[in-house]
Design a protein around this ligand. Structure first.
Ligand code: MG
Length: 190
């Protein structure tokens, strides 16, 4: 190694060293699935959708918020949804999944990060997500306190997968470090 090539702090790129932008980023990924059951409300992304079946689960079965919660926790290596809200605990029976998401956001903040953007894919035969995508996008953005344009909501049907009675969600998140060092550096230059 050339002396000084990785001058302190170790691990930053040449671009970061050159520009003084020490901002770190983290990627997270989560997925979840729930089975459809008649006679319960269908909640996806914190929005109740009109449908004759809902998603069964210990909580309200919100498959998108569960995958999002795991993606956020994974990005800061803070465990998974089950380590905070075990399905064996009666306390979380029928719980609003927004509670899970809020805990994940607390962990993200505690680690010194904030959400940059989110992308998601829902896989389900019914109902069609297209007509509700905007509403889900707006609600997820509101829960994450970010702009709607930073929340991707996509949907596909499960061709050839044999999972027509289930809803599956995949979520990727990008976090950015809350840049205390950069702020300090700017102040010093004034
Ligand atoms: Mg779940």
């Amino acid at each position: 190694m050339v002396s000084g090539q990785y001058s302190e702090p170790y691990g930053y790129s040449n671009w970061q060293l050159a520009t003084g932008n020490w901002q770190l980023m983290r990627i997270g990924y989560g997925w979840d699935s729930h089975e459809f059951r008649s006679g319960i409300p269908l909640k996806i992304g914190g929005v109740t959708l009109p449908h004759d079946k809902g998603l069964a689960g210990h909580s309200d079965g919100d498959v998108l918020l569960h995958a999002l919660t795991d993606a956020l926790l994974g990005a800061v290596a803070a465990g998974d949804i089950g380590s905070y809200f075990p399905p064996t605990d009666k306390k979380w029976k029928g719980a609003d999944s927004v509670i899970f998401l809020q805990e994940a956001l607390r962990q993200v903040e505690r680690a010194g990060f904030r959400v940059s953007n989110v992308d998601s894919t829902l896989i389900l035969a019914e109902p069609k997500i297209g007509p509700h995508a905007k509403k889900i996008q707006t609600q997820v953005a509101k829960l994450l306190k970010i702009q709607s344009s930073a929340v991707g909501i996509k949907a596909k049907t499960p061709e050839g997968m044999g999972t027509d009675n289930a809803a599956i969600a995949h979520v990727a998140v990008l976090l950015e470090e809350i840049t205390k060092r950069l702020t300090r550096r700017k102040k010093k230059n004034k």
